[in-house]
Design a protein around this ligand. Structure first.
Ligand SMILES: Nc1ncnc2c1ncn2[C@@H]1O[C@H](COP(=O)(O)OP(=O)(O)OP(=O)(O)O)[C@@H](O)[C@H]1O
Length: 666
C-alpha cells in the first residue's frame, strides 16, 4: 500500500467516523469499553449500582424535559434512546459486560436504535417528510434574515393560491416590516412581488396571513360583460373590472347610512398608457346606466378621444381648458344650491329618496388630465371639500399625484383611489396609503406594461382587497355606445340647472348621430369661444390681484395701464396659494437620499450601533427625508446590500451601522 493510498484511506475513515450518520453507531459501540471499565472499577459495589440506576432515571427524565420545545415524535425517540442506553450501561456494568447475552442485546438493540436515528436524519432532509417537524419555513427564515417568524398551522392550498398564517416575534417584528421584505421574498421564490400580499390581523400587529398567487390570472383581459345594474340606482355597486380570483371589483360613490359608508371622490392615478382613461370609462359607462345620476365631464387634453362614445349621454361636457374652468366655476353655486335644497327637505346626504322627492339626481364630475387645471391655478379645494354633502362625487384623473401636480388639500379629500401602473415607488407611495403599500401593493412593477391593472382603495371596499390586483374590463366605443343608447337618461333638476348659470345653459349639446355634434352655427361657435376666452382672461387677472392680506403683486390698475406690459413671473407660493398655506415641497429622490446619508453620519457621531426605519421618523413630507417609510426602508435595505454604510442583522428592519474603519475592513 503506497503512502498516498494510506493517507487517502485514513482520510476516508476520518470522514466516515465524523459523518453524522456514524455517530449513533459509535455511541452504541462505546458501550463495550464503558461497561467493561465500570465493571472493573465498581462491579462489586452495590451502592454505586444504586447510584447509577438513579442517575440513569434522572438522565431519562431530563431528556424528556429538555425535549419540550421539539416535536412529540423527536421527544419520545430521544427519551427512549436515553433510557435504553443508560439502562444497558447499568445492567452490563454490574453483571458481565462481555457476556454473550449482554453483547447480543447490545448488538441487536444498539443497532436498531442507531439505525432509527439514521432514518430520522435522512427523512429530515426530505422536504415532504420534514413537513410538520418544525414550524419555521425557509421562506420566512431566509427572507427575513433568520428573524423570528413562524407559520401558524398548515398553509391553505387552493388552485393558484396559498394562504399561510404567520406569527412574528412579539416586540421584534411587525406586519409592516414583513411588507417591506416582499421584494426579497418574491426574489427568493422566483415570482413577481405582485404575487405576494400581506393581510395583517387587525387585532394583532404580530400576526396575519401571507397570500401567494404565483400565476397571473389577469394576463388575459376580460371583456366587459355589460352593465351590472342597468336601470338601477347609483347606490348599487359600480363594477369596473375583476380581481385576480375572478370576483368583480366594486366601488360606490354616494354615502350609505345603513353601512356607515361615506360618499367619496376618487383619484385615478397612473402613468401614460397604464389604462386610466379606459378604466374610468368603464366606471362611467356603468354610472350612466343608472336611473338617478347625471355626469359632467371635462378632458382638456384628449377630449373626444376619451369621450366619443359618451358625448350624447353626458349632461355637460367640456373639452378645452377654458370650458373646464367654466364648469369648475359653475360647480361652486351648484354645490350651495343643491346642499340648501337637500337641507331644506331634511336630507343630510343625497339619497335615492331625495331623487324621488326632489327629482335631484346624484352627480359625478369626471375631470381627466386634472394636473393641467392645477398648473393653471384652478382652485378645487372648496369643490372637493363641500361637494359630497351636495350629492356630488368628483373623479380626478392624473398621472402623478405629487404635490407639484395637485394641492395636498385636494389630495386629502379624495377618499377613493384607483391606482394603475405608475413609474417608480415614490409615485406609488403618493398614490396609495402606507398600510396598503406595506400589505404588498406594488403598482410600480406594472408601469404601463400591464394596462388596466389597478388597486382599488375606497370606502365600502373590503380592506383585505386593497392590495389585491384587479384588471379593468376591456371594451370598445361601439359596445359603450350600444349600451348607453339602450338606457334612459335623467335630466338635471331645476335647482342644479339654474345654479349652474349661463355657462351651463350655453353648453354644447351632442346627439348620437354620426357627426356626434349638433350643428352649431359658425358665428355662434365663434361667439362661444370668445366668451370662454374672455372668462379665461378675467380669471387670469383675478389670480394676479393682490389678496386682502398680502398686498403683493400688481394692482388691476397697473395691469390696465399698459396692456403690452409683460406680466411678472408668478412665484411658486402664488401658484400654491389655495385655501391653506403652501405645503412643504416634496424632496427629490436625490435630495432625500443625501439627507438620509447625512442622518446616518449624525448617528455615527452619536455612536449608534444599530439603525432602522424608526430612526428616520417622522416620515413623509413633515420629516427631514421627506419620503414615506416604505421608501426609507427600501433605501436602507439597498445600503445594507452594498455593505458600505450598513450591514444586515438577523432582525429584519434592523441594520448595523458601519463606521468607516469597519466598512473598510469588511
Ligand atoms: N383592461 C385593459 N385590458 C387591456 N388593454 C387595456 C385595458 N385598459 C386599457 N388598455 C389599453 O391600454 C392602452 C392605454 O389605455 P389608456 O389610454 O386608457 O391609458 P391612460 O393611462 O389613460 O393613458 P394616457 O395617460 O396617455 O391618457 C390602450 O391601448 C388601451 O386599449
Amino acid at each position: 500500500m503506497t503512502n498516498s493510498t494510506k493517507s487517502a484511506l485514513k482520510s476516508d475513515v476520518r470522514k466516515g467516523l465524523s459523518s453524522p450518520h456514524a455517530r449513533p453507531w459509535l455511541a452504541a459501540a462505546a458501550q463495550v469499553p464503558a461497561t467493561f471499565a465500570a465493571h472493573q472499577a465498581w462491579g462489586n459495589e452495590p451502592l454505586v449500582a444504586m447510584g447509577m440506576t438513579l442517575a440513569a432515571g434522572a438522565l431519562t427524565a431530563a431528556t424528556w424535559w429538555a425535549g419540550k420545545n421539539t416535536s412529540e415524535a423527536r421527544r419520545l425517540h430521544a427519551t427512549l434512546t436515553t433510557a435504553a442506553a443508560t439502562g444497558y450501561l447499568t445492567v452490563a456494568s454490574f453483571t458481565d459486560p462481555l457476556g454473550d447475552s449482554q453483547l447480543t442485546w447490545l448488538a441487536i438493540g444498539g443497532s436498531a436504535l442507531a439505525a432509527s436515528w439514521n432514518v430520522r436524519k435522512v427523512l429530515r432532509v426530505n422536504p415532504d417528510a420534514a413537513k410538520g417537524e418544525g414550524e419555521e419555513t425557509g421562506i420566512l427564515t431566509k427572507s427575513l434574515g433568520k428573524a423570528k417568524a413562524r407559520l401558524r398551522g398548515e398553509p391553505k392550498v387552493e388552485p393558484n393560491k396559498v394562504t399561510a398564517k404567520y406569527q412574528l416575534a412579539p416586540g421584534e417584528l411587525t406586519n409592516a416590516d414583513l411588507g417591506n421584505r416582499i421584494n426579497q421574498i418574491a426574489s427568493e421564490l422566483g415570482i413577481s412581488p405582485n404575487s405576494i400580499r400581506i393581510q395583517p390581523d387587525a387585532e394583532n400587529a404580530a400576526q396575519g396571513e401571507m397570500v401567494f398567487v404565483p400565476t397571473d390570472m389577469l394576463k388575459t383581459p376580460t371583456a366587459w360583460p355589460g352593465p351590472s345594474h342597468p336601470g338601477g340606482s347609483i347606490t348599487d355597486p359600480v363594477q369596473p373590472g375583476i380581481y385576480e380570483d375572478g370576483a368583480p371589483a366594486e366601488l360606490w360613490f354616494p354615502a350609505d347610512q345603513d353601512s356607515g359608508r361615506n360618499a367619496t371622490h376618487f383619484l385615478t392615478a397612473g402613468m401614460n398608457g397604464s389604462g386610466k382613461s379606459a378604466g374610468v370609462s368603464i366606471a362611467v359607462a356603468e354610472v350612466l346606466t343608472r336611473r338617478d345620476v347625471i355626469v359632467w365631464a371635462v378632458d382638456p387634453s384628449k377630449g373626444k378621444q376619451t369621450f366619443a362614445p359618451f358625448l350624447p349621454y353626458l349632461d355637460w361636457v367640456e373639452m378645452t381648458t377654458a370650458g373646464g374652468e367654466a364648469m369648475i366655476d359653475a360647480l361652486s353655486p351648484v354645490i350651495t344650491a343643491r346642499a340648501d335644497a337637500l337641507g331644506e327637505h331634511g336630507y343630510k346626504n343625497w339619497t335615492p329618496d331625495a331623487y324621488r322627492q326632489l327629482g335631484m339626481p346624484y352627480m359625478v364630475v369626471w375631470i381627466e388630465e386634472a394636473a393641467k387645471f392645477f398648473r393653471e391655478g384652478t382652485e378645487m379645494e372648496g369643490l372637493v371639500m363641500e361637494a359630497r354633502s351636495a350629492g356630488i362625487s368628483v373623479i380626478i384623473s392624473l398621472q402623478r399625484p405629487s404635490a407639484t401636480s395637485m394641492p395636498t388639500d385636494v389630495r386629502e379629500q379624495l377618499g377613493g383611489v384607483m391606482c394603475f401602473g405608475v413609474k417608480g415607488g415614490t409615485t406609488a407611495d403618493m398614490a396609495l396609503p402606507e398600510d396598503v403599500r406595506d400589505a404588498g401593493a406594488r403598482p410600480e412593477a406594472w408601469e404601463n406594461r400591464k394596462p388596466g391593472y389597478a388597486y382599488l382603495v375606497a370606502p365600502g371596499v373590503d380592506e383585505d382587497r386593497y392590495a389585491t390586483p384587479l384588471r379593468t374590463y376591456y371594451t370598445d366605443d361601439q359596445q359603450i355606445e350600444a349600451v348607453l343608447a339602450s338606457v334612459p337618461r335623467p335630466a338635471a333638476d331645476p335647482v342644479t340647472a339654474t345654479a349652474a348659470g349661463e355657462a351651463y345653459a350655453e353648453r354644447t349639446h351632442y346627439t348620437d348621430d354620426t357627426t356626434r355634434e349638433m350643428p352649431v352655427h359658425t358665428d355662434e361657435r365663434a361667439g362661444q369661444d370668445e366668451v370662454l376666452l374672455e372668462r379665461q382672461i378675467n380669471r387670469d387677472i383675478d389670480a394676479r390681484l393682490p389678496s386682502d392680506d398680502d398686498g403683493s403683486g400688481p394692482s388691476v390698475e397697473q395691469l390696465n395701464a399698459d396692456p403690452d406690459r409683460e406680466i411678472p413671473p408668478v412665484s411658486v407660493s402664488e401658484v400654491w396659494a389655495f385655501a391653506k398655506p403652501a405645503p412643504t415641497p416634496e424632496k427629490s429622490p436625490e435630495e432625500a437620499y443625501s439627507e438620509l446619508l447625512a442622518m446616518l453620519e449624525e448617528y455615527r457621531r452619536d455612536g449608534l450601533e444599530h439603525v432602522g426605519p424608526k430612526h428616520f421618523q417622522p416620515y413623509g413630507r413633515e420629516g427631514r427625508i421627506g419620503r414615506s417609510r416604505a421608501w426609507i426602508s427600501a433605501r436602507l435595505n439597498e445600503l445594507a446590500d452594498e455593505e458600505i454604510h450598513l450591514a444586515e442583522t438577523d432582525d429584519a428592519g434592523v441594520y448595523t451601522l458601519l463606521y468607516p474603519t469597519l466598512a473598510a475592513a469588511s
